[in-house]
Design a protein around this ligand. Structure first.
Ligand code: ADP
Length: 270
């Protein structure tokens, strides 16, 4: 465990995923205060010499707010269209705030199938490496919702972020959610839910603890976060689920504090 803690402290390539409920208000409008604090923390990590990929949800909510739509989009094409509208706005906010801290943001829109295809997979790795190592920029990733609906339908980018972490051989994946981590049952439904600080493998017992989401806009709940953990554990990437209500939690995790739920990976072979 000490060795893993030291690996996390020394993490050079970090993937951070923020859920819809973290970056948007319940009405879908961007949570500017929170995004600003998140950008400040990430900018500081980059200034320390680390490389950070940000996977962000929230485009549909922002698109919905922009169109003045007060109800949740019903159909998938409607969600795809609102994502296309919201993505521009969300990227504008990130790009503007990162520039204020002297950083360069880059937009990367991915579909899951790209990551199973040899040539495209290599193209994607090349782009990430160039963005991170040559240009020292911050890739901001989302599903390309115009052509793919997997993360819209189930996942809210949880599994996409794990696939990215595995692809670029990240040292750490942090999933920021609206909850402190994994409990033995959904604490929103059960007051006696027990917190689980460390998970060593995705057993049937762990899977049975996980429910979907109660959120107005988040889509994956704990189910898809556990699927993300499975990908990370196999790829040798430590993963932490923590509360996104305070982006400083990222610094606390990296400094070795016990915070959130840590999923201990299999040993990375390289
Ligand atoms: P995000 O948008 O941050 O990804 P989600 O709504 O998709 O958020 O997922 C987090 C939600 O998962 C929590 O708010 C909680 O209601 C739900 N959940 C279901 N089962 C569990 C569990 N066993 N432990 C913690 N949270 C759970």
């Amino acid at each position: 465990m000490t060795e893993l803690k030291n690996r996390i402290k020394a993490a050079n390539k970090i993937v951070i995923k923020v859920g819809t409920s973290t970056v948007t208000h319940p009405n879908g409008k961007p949570n500017i205060m929170l995004i600003e604090r998140l950008v400040r923390v990430i900018s500081n990590l980059v200034n320390q010499g680390r490389h950070v990929v940000l996977v962000t949800s929230g485009a549909i909510g922002v698109g919905r707010a922009k169109m003045g739509q007060d109800h949740k989009p019903a159909s998938i094409p409607e969600k795809q269209a609102l994502a296309a509208i919201g993505q521009v706005n969300l990227m504008y906010i990130y790009s503007k705030l990162f520039s204020e801290y002297g950083q360069t943001a880059a937009q990367v829109l991915l579909t899951r199938d790209v990551l199973d295809n040899g040539v495209r997979e290599q193209n994607t790795i090349n782009t990430f490496n160039t963005l991170l190592l040559q240009y020292n920029s911050i890739p901001i990733v989302n599903e390309n919702d115009t052509v793919s609906t997997e993360q819209i339908e189930f996942g809210d980018n949880d599994t996409l972020s794990a696939m990215v972490a595995a692809l670029i051989r990240a040292d750490l994946l942090i999933l920021l959610s609206d909850i402190d981590g994994l409990y033995d049952k959904d604490p929103k439904n059960s007051a006696d839910a027990r917190f689980i600080p460390t998970v060593y493998g995705i057993t049937d017992e762990i899977v049975s603890m996980c429910g979907g989401t109660n959120g107005n806009l988040g889509t994956g709940g704990m189910k898809t976060k556990i699927e993300a953990a499975r990908i990370c554990i196999d790829a040798g990437v430590p993963m932490v689920i923590a509360n996104g209500d305070d982006p400083e939690n990222i610094n606390r995790i990296i400094s070795g504090q016990e915070l959130g739920t840590l999923f201990v990976p299999h040993r990375k072979e390289d």
